[in-house]
Write a protein that binds this ligand. Structure first.
Ligand SMILES: C[S@@+](CC[C@H](N)C(=O)[O-])C[C@H]1O[C@@H](n2cnc3c(N)ncnc32)[C@H](O)[C@@H]1O
Ligand code: SF4
Length: 406
């Protein structure tokens, strides 16, 4: 089962926002995240808010069949909350999960159409779906392209059968390359692969094999995540019982450095600590908007949203989520209204992860006095009026931020 939600303030039943947050709506881009909380089986390492059919039972409110209608009900709520003046057209849509491609492509098409009808889309809108390589066909990808999707992100994770088995992934090592070729043939202009390194039992040579296999498909974008052993997962239990070794920080460092070496040599640039792209046009604009503190509305159970310094998150279970919307209420479970100082701290934490770095003016005078020490320790450099992490700083990003902030 997924982990529990954080507590916060109680949001109003109609989901309305404070006037100060609403006043910021025209100032920033608007993205929409749509969470699809379904998976065929649960991978042993994953604690995302997702449910198998067996976990959901037969409740119709939580079924995959009716899910898009519930999503559209939350979009209607979003238009009421963000109105009455028209919010900016949506510049990015990201359908994530769970496994979005367990829904029929026509359902995903309905989601894009519903967003376009309610908010409009910018001319160059980025419309992404995540997909597990085994849950999608060439025909599905063509239909998604026709429906307006511009980008697909496949969960490849590894090219080594033993590593995929430890992760409980059900696709064959060769399937992601086929899926990338199918996405290209369908006309999807931007293709990304998600990789995981540091799986128990994975050697550095295995990771090198995975990087080479990923690069051989010529994706536009790659994400490489260090495996996080989430408490309460099957993986954590297996490690506790001694069946698998715990991840090792030195091994994770070696594998991050290998990824940087291989990907840089192949022409990719890390534009964020865990994300590499062939160029600025291939960055994931939706994720960049999170790191820049822009506005996004997260649709779906457990989804998080941010508008004008107000962050809120929805109830987690698909049944409770559907029931709230059916009664005309907001599905928000709790929210936080950030103080200016909290917003500044978040800005430091998030923008420092980007290759453009953080404008020095965001730092207090005391914090700026700490910059020469970071530079002396080869953790960050000053580039014009910005503070930018070095490769060593990227490895220690969270620690650098902790040391920098007042
Ligand atoms: C939650 S999944 C959703 C997309 C799709 N179901 C999949 O698995 O590819 C998004 C990505 O999160 C990453 N992820 C999930 N759990 C993780 C963990 N415990 N440690 C590191 N990465 C994780 C995986 O790389 C995965 O591709
Ligand atoms: S397929 Fe993706 S979302 Fe589903 S359990 Fe596995 S990692 Fe989690």
């Amino acid at each position: 089962m997924p982990s529990i939600l954080p507590e916060g303030d109680r949001p109003p039943a109609d989901g309305s926002l404070p006037a100060a947050a609403r006043a910021e709506i025209p100032q920033r881009t608007l993205g929409i995240y749509v969470h699809v909380p379904f998976c065929t089986t649960r991978c042993g390492y994953c604690d995302f808010n997702t449910y198998t059919a067996a976990e959901l039972g037969l409740n119709p409110g939580a079924s995959r069949t009716g899910y898009v209608d519930v999503v559209i009900a939350e979009l209607d709520l979003a238009t009421r909350v963000l109105g009455p003046e028209a919010p900016p057209p949506v510049s990015t849509i990201f359908v994530g999960g769970g496994t979005p491609t367990l829904l029929p492509p026509d359902d995903l098409a309905r989601v894009v159409t519903a967003i376009e009808q309610r908010f409009g889309l910018t001319a160059d809108a980025e419309v992404t779906t995540e997909s597990n390589p085994e849950s999608v066909t060439a025909g599905d990808l063509s239909r998604l392209r026709e429906a307006g999707f511009t980008r697909v992100s496949f969960g490849m994770q590894s090219a080594v059968a033993a590593v995929l088995a430890t992760l409980d992934r059900v696709h064959t090592p060769g399937r992601p390359a086929e899926a990338v070729a199918e996405a290209r043939a369908a006309g999807l202009g931007q293709v990304s692969l998600d990789l995981i390194y540091g799986t128990p039992g994975e050697t550095v040579a295995d990771w090198d094999t995975t990087l080479a296999a990923a690069l051989a498909t010529h994706p536009d974008h790659l994400s490489a995540y260090a495996l996080i052993v989430e408490s309460g997962t099957r993986l954590a239990a297996r490690i506790r019982r001694g069946e698998l070794p715990m991840t090792d920080d030195d091994d994770l460092t070696d594998k991050y450095l290998l990824a940087e070496e291989r990907l840089t040599a192949a022409g990719y640039t890390a534009y964020e600590v865990s994300n590499w792209a062939t160029g600025p046009a291939s960055r994931c604009r939706h994720n960049v908007s999170y790191w820049r503190g822009d506005h996004w509305w997260g649709i779906g159970p457990g989804a998080h949203s941010h508008v004008g310094g107000v962050r809120w998150w929805n109830v987690k279970h698909p049944d409770a989520y559907a029931a709230r919307l059916a009664s005309g209420a907001s599905p928000a479970y709790a929210r936080e209204v950030l103080t200016p100082e909290q917003r500044r701290t978040e800005r430091v934490l998030l923008e420092l992860r980007l290759s453009e770095g953080l404008p020095l003016e965001v730092l207090t005078e005391t914090e700026r006095l700490r910059v020469p020490d970071l530079a002396a320790r080869n953790l960050a450099v000053v580039d014009g009026d910005r503070l930018v992490l070095t490769l060593r700083g990227r490895l220690l990003a969270d620690g650098v931020v902790r040391g920098l902030l007042d």
